[in-house]
Design a binder for this molecule. Sequence first.
Ligand code: PAF
Length: 271
Amino acid sequence: MLHASRRWRSERRSIGLVPTMGALHAGHLSLVELARRENDVVVVSVFVNPIQFGPGEDFARYPRDPDRDARLLGEGEVDAIYEPRTELMYPPGASTRVHVGGIAEPLEGKARPGHFEGVATVVTKLLAAVEPDRAYFGQKDAQQVAVVKRLVRDLDLGVEIRVGPIVREEDGLALSSRNVYLDPAERKAAASLSDALRDAARAYAAGERDPVRLRAVLVARLRAEPLADLEYAELVDAATFEKPGTLAVIAARIGKTRLIDNHDLSIPLPG
Ligand code: PAF
């Protein structure tokens, strides 16, 4: 990968990297499109990173369909798919981890101990392997975006982090590779996350600025859905993840499936 990448660089071609764990959907493809517009060369990495999954999480059953992924990426005119083997990424004895403090600790960091260390470690390795000019992440994982930006700044990694908007289903559900776990009743109930964000954005548009009351709007909508088990709902600053801010972030379990979503309340959410 590095050999190809350095050759492109010697030809003065700019490189965009879209890191993924495969099971691609329209959200990933929108990042590929953005990367295509902004770079001469587009690399998509596909690697289900074991160290960002906690014990009891869904690593073993995480959806994997490399043929379908390759087909979709072929249509998107990708220059390279980087699909490293696990033994290459983590050879025996690999014991280095990249720890991002502060911003990686609340919310997802608290709910999923070790998750962001796994993400920061693999992102650092992917950036080292591809040496891109720009790397593309989805706003769906808002805290991941903030953590990666902090990582890149703190370690002077010299790559521009670009963020693509959340792609939603017609009823508002944010696209996620984990949506395939939902049965039909759960799939319907899963729209309660974006419904909650829409309600809060409406309250904000109507003049509500009190974070406690805005949070109560989020919570009320999620509690009204019997299949939803709310894990957190907060209003944070998008860059620091400190409270309060206008970014509403939520996590809820729908049946056994854990879903997250977010929205900047100062922007109306259509639907
Ligand atoms: O967002 C993801 O798919 C993953 O967390 C990432 C950034 C590819 C790292 O494994």
